[in-house]
Design a protein around this ligand. Structure first.
Ligand SMILES: [Zn+2]
Length: 366
C-alpha cells in the first residue's frame, strides 16, 4: 500500500484540524508536492538543516515537525539565514516539510496530554477551552426520514458534546411548500401547496466541518431543496484549547513532585518560584510558551504550573498562590516527536517512521 503526502496530512489534520491553530501560526504543508508518494517519515520538533540531512540519509521524503520553519512570508530565497537554507535544501532534495503546531497543542490528545502522561496526571481536561469554534445546525426533514438524516449528520461529525455522541434535539411540526413548475419534488406535486409532517433537528457542529456536514445532509435528505441554517454559538469547545490540567493519583510534597518532574521529563534544570509548603494534587501544564495561561492555572486550583519561556517579571505573578516552573521550551515539547510517531504508526503500518536523533535545542547549559 502506497500513500501520498496528502493522505498522511489529511489523517493528521483529522486528529488536529488546522482550524484550531492560532492566527499567527503556519501549521500546514510548507514544502513539497502533496501528490508525491511517501517513502518514509521523519518526526521532529524542529525541521532544521541537520534534520533535512538526516531525512535524506534515511531515505525519508516527508518531515513531520511540530514547529513551522516558516512563520511569515518570505520575499526572497537566497539562503542568507537558517530558515531560507533549510527551505532551499528541502526543495532541492524533494523533501516535504509538514508542520502541525498550535493545532496539535489545542487538542485533547496533543502536546499537553503527552506532558500530563509523562508526569502521571489523571482526570485531565483542557485548561483554557476555546470559544467560537462551534455552530448550531437546524434542519427539517419528513418525520419518517428524521432518524436517517440525523444519523448522517452524526456520521459527518455533528452532535458531539464531551463524552457524548449522537446528541440532537428534535421536535415535530408542520412544514409547508409549493413546488414550482420547474421543480422535481420527491414529495408533493408541482404547483400544489403541500403540508408535510416534519421533524426539526438541531445539532452542534464544529464550525470547520460545516461544508462536509451540509454535503452529508443533502445526500441523506429526500428533498430536492433542503432547508437548513447555521448559527454561530459562543459556547466553549471543552475538547479544544490551550494548556491542560489534571490530578496526581495521590498528593505529593512540592519538592518530591519537582524531583519526579525533573526525572520523568529528563530535565537538567527547573526554574521555579518559591515553594508554598502545600501538598501537590492538581497540576496545570502548557508545552512551549504558556505563561499567558497563569490566570487559568490559578483559577483551576492547581498547586503547580509547568510551562516555559517565562520572563523575570512574570515569575512575580505567582504571588505565593501557585508554584510556576519553567522547564525549557525544547524540554517541554521534545516528547511531541514520539507522539507524532505513535499517531502515524496507528494508521500507516507499512511506512518507515523515524524519530530524529538531532538535538535541535538551540540552548545548552553549562
Ligand atoms: Zn514550541
Amino acid at each position: 500500500m502506497v500513500y501520498t503526502i496528502k493522505e498522511v496530512v489529511s489523517y493528521l489534520e483529522k486528529l488536529a484540524p488546522p482550524a484550531y491553530q492560532e492566527s499567527y501560526d503556519n501549521a500546514q504543508l510548507i514544502t513539497g508536492n502533496s501528490n508525491d508518494n511517501v517513502k518514509g517519515i521523519l518526526c521532529t520538533l524542529d525541521a532544521t538543516e541537520e534534520v533535512i540531512d538526516e531525512a535524506i540519509n534515511l531515505g525519508c521524503n516527508l518531515i513531520v515537525a511540530h514547529h513551522p520553519i516558516v512563520f511569515k512570508g518570505l520575499k526572497s530565497l537566497t539562503g542568507r539565514n537558517y530558515v531560507e537554507r533549510t527551505i532551499i535544501k528541502a526543495i532541492k532534495n524533494d523533501i516535504a516539510i509538514y508542520a502541525i503546531h498550535t493545532n496539535l497543542d489545542h487538542v485533547a490528545i496533543g502536546v499537553n496530554k503527552r506532558i500530563s502522561d509523562k508526569i502521571g496526571l489523571v482526570n485531565t481536561s483542557i485548561l483554557s477551552p476555546k470559544k467560537n469554534l462551534l455552530s448550531k445546525l437546524t434542519t427539517f426533514a419528513p418525520q419518517k426520514d428524521a432518524e436517517e438524516v440525523s444519523n448522517a449528520l452524526f456520521a459527518a461529525g455533528a452532535g458531539n458534546i464531551g463524552e457524548y455522541s449522537d446528541c440532537s434535539f428534535m421536535v415535530e411540526g408542520k412544514g409547508t411548500f409549493t413546488p414550482s413548475p420547474k421543480a422535481n419534488p420527491k414529495i408533493g406535486q408541482k404547483g400544489i401547496a403541500h403540508i408535510e409532517h416534519e421533524t426539526r433537528i438541531e445539532v452542534i457542529v464544529p464550525s470547520h466541518l460545516e461544508r462536509k456536514i451540509i454535503a452529508a445532509l443533502k445526500e441523506a435528505h429526500p428533498y430536492e431543496e433542503v432547508a437548513y441554517y447555521f448559527q454561530k454559538i459562543e459556547n466553549e469547545n471543552q475538547d479544544v484549547g490551550a494548556g491542560m490540567v489534571g490530578e496526581l493519583p495521590r498528593k505529593m510534597d512540592e519538592r518530591d513532585f519537582l524531583e519526579m518532574l525533573k526525572s520523568n521529563m529528563n530535565l537538567q534544570v527547573i526554574k521555579h518560584t518559591k515553594l508554598n509548603s502545600k501538598q501537590v494534587k492538581k497540576v496545570a501544564v502548557c508545552g512551549g510558551a504558556g505563561i499567558f495561561l497563569l490566570p487559568d492555572a490559578k483559577r483551576s486550583g492547581a498547586e503547580i504550573f509547568i510551562t516555559s519561556d517565562i520572563k523575570y517579571h512574570e515569575f512575580f505573578d505567582a504571588e505565593n498562590q501557585i508554584v510556576i516552573c519553567d522547564i525549557g521550551h525544547y524540554e517541554s515539547e521534545i516528547y511531541t516527536k514520539e507522539l507524532l510517531l505513535e499517531l502515524l504508526s496507528q494508521k500507516f503500518t507499512n511506512i518507515a517512521l523515524y524519530l530524529t536523533k538531532v538535538v535541535t535545542n538551540p540552548i545548552t547549559y553549562l
